[in-house]
Design a protein around this ligand. Sequence first.
Ligand code: ADP
Ligand code: ZN
Ligand code: ZN
Length: 740
Amino acid sequence: MVQSEPLVIRVAVPSPLRRLFDYLIPDYIDENQAEHQLQPGCRVTVPFGRREVTGLIIETARHSEFELSKLKPISRLIDAEPLLPSSLFKMFIWAANYYQQPIGDALFTTLPVLLRKGELPPQSGQPGWKLSTMGLGLGLESLNQARKQRALIELIQDQGPELGESIILETFSRSIIKQLERKALIEPVIIEPTAGPAENLLRHDHLPLYSSQQIAMDAIQSHGFNSYLLDGVTGSGKTEVYLQSIEKILRYGRQALVLIPEISLTPQTEKRFRDRFNVPMVTLHSGLTDKQRLAAWMQAKTGEASIILGTRSAIFTPLKSPGLIILDEEHDQSYKQQKGFRYSARDLAVVRAQQEGIPIVLGSATPSLESLNNCASGRYQHLILSTRAGDAVQPDWHMVDLKSERVESGIAASTLAAIGATIKNQQQVLVFLNRRGYAPALLCHQCGWTAECKQCDSRLTVHRARGRLICHHCDYQERIPQQCPSCQGHQLIAAGEGTQRSEAYLQQCFPDTKVLRVDRDSTRRKGAMQEVFDTADSGEPCILIGTQMLAKGHHFANVTLVAILDADSGLFSPDFRGHERTGQLLTQVAGRSGRGKVRGRVFIQTHQPDHPLLELLMDKGYGHFATQLIAQRQFSQLPPFRHMAVIRAEAERANDAENFLRLVRQLAENISSPSPDMSYLGPLPAMLEKRAGRFRYVLQVEAEQRPALQALLSQLAPQLENHKDARRVRWSIDVDPQER
Ligand code: ADP
Ligand code: ZN
Ligand code: ZN
């Protein structure tokens, strides 16, 4: 007789190793019960090295690569049932594979902290009672001698099948319950909270829709997986469409998951949801305590909360009965996590909607080229909201030619004059610095010449520390020239240089006007953002100055002038997404202004006022601009027409990082030799070559087919993990990178 192999439990633990760890069943769990109890998705405590850690069961098996005698038993089973619904559990596994993230890390960095620590989820639900099988079959006359018991049975029959204990105790004493329990006529249950009643869903009636909103609404199916791109300029009524689509699924008792880029910037959004619906809603934001976060997570999981609003990581929230996913500002970069588990919440949201079999609505005034292309290929349905007639007029664009003006601290004379005039008119100004994430091109302040690669037609990037210009497409390099080769001028600058002092300069020019700064650092302080909003809403003349954050969400009704100090760093960025980002930013920033009664003006400072793409954007709008860019991407075989991954390495010594990536390239080429189907570029210095004392390099891999890229990376990652040279660097794999 063949003895069956013992059951092996494969567990994910929080560790950077891309593998599962095998354990045996603990003594106190019966062999026959083991598979039933040790379900995938349950947490366990396991010995790991010299520690005990919390892990999560991924699967069970009847074999192990390791000798059984070397395996240790699980110390403790924490959960009686899986922590995550199976659809979400599957999405985790998919995401870990797709993004080449160790599954344990992926799981444990996204779970609420208290669950990572092994705490039990708070008991949701209320104690209650239901009739047992015997109770159901009971003839009531048999209880004629016990009137109260009979009355209780009748009450449960009437209002059941389950009845909360607290309701029972309003009329009956606990001893009556006990008596029926002893007769085995009723049995205890935990009544899971359910979403609010389908009546009285709305606090306020919804608005009658405009025709284009109505067309979009009619197109959005409430059942089954479908992806929609809701494409409409700021103020065209997207949010109203979200609200009414949510209303539909709430009526079926389902939940809506709503993702937005940044909650602190858009308190109005949250308020609009809360004002509209009379249902429990939770908001997942960074200000929650661990306890609050876990509570919110549980309310989503049990179905107690009907609407779950959150940022990027909310995509990992379990849902009892999902009905719809909304993802606003889908083009926003903040949906991509840039460190650790480098997932794209937008892409995962589509995967999740598919796994849950529910619709997803992606919305934006400036959709990403990926999503627009998905519409073109028929994968998404494109719903366009045309602007309301007579309202939301396009702003009035002004090109400021930096070559022909006096510029001080990054601000041209004509821009300064316009700011002065606006403030004098008691209106507000928004000054936009385009700083983050762009590598500077070298340009001539006198004639607008830019340094281009001699080998390919892209712009070279300034690497001041090395005194070199580098092409981030082919690795061509040259020394930074002293003189402009075109006009022999000596004012060669890196795009964007010179705006560092703009804020101080503006304050100096307008000493009696409030100058408020809005950026990552200044808004981290509690209440700082509120102060900005309050000032803006008060309507008093002021100057708001800041970065990308100003382009998001908030409607500044009293801003009538927007000044973009530096369009060039985006236009000349060597990043293939540079143009797309610039178009989105300019459109979004422009959309912040003139939402009141006065038509807004937008001043764009550039050395190339007749850049064809800028002209296209101004004349024809973002849609045409994007179509043109998509054609260019297709022509140059760049994403979304080709699939990309970047392997990064950083080290204190530049050589270590570069050498490691050289090795990585070799290993990769051994797996899949270079061909038109799989190409390699690098190692190259990262755009921002040195950060926090470490040198950063990248190796780029591009593939014709996504599965081929996935196959390569899945073979490569474990090799790197085990390589001795990997210890000298910090390395990571970034699939579908948003930046290099
Ligand atoms: P978006 O989300 O595209 O920026 P909103 O949904 O916020 O647009 O709509 C902009 C403004 O127009 C809001 O003040 C909103 O209340 C109003 N609005 C939207 N749809 C309607 C409608 N059907 N009827 C009346 N007002 C509407
Ligand atoms: Zn080049
Ligand atoms: Zn020149």
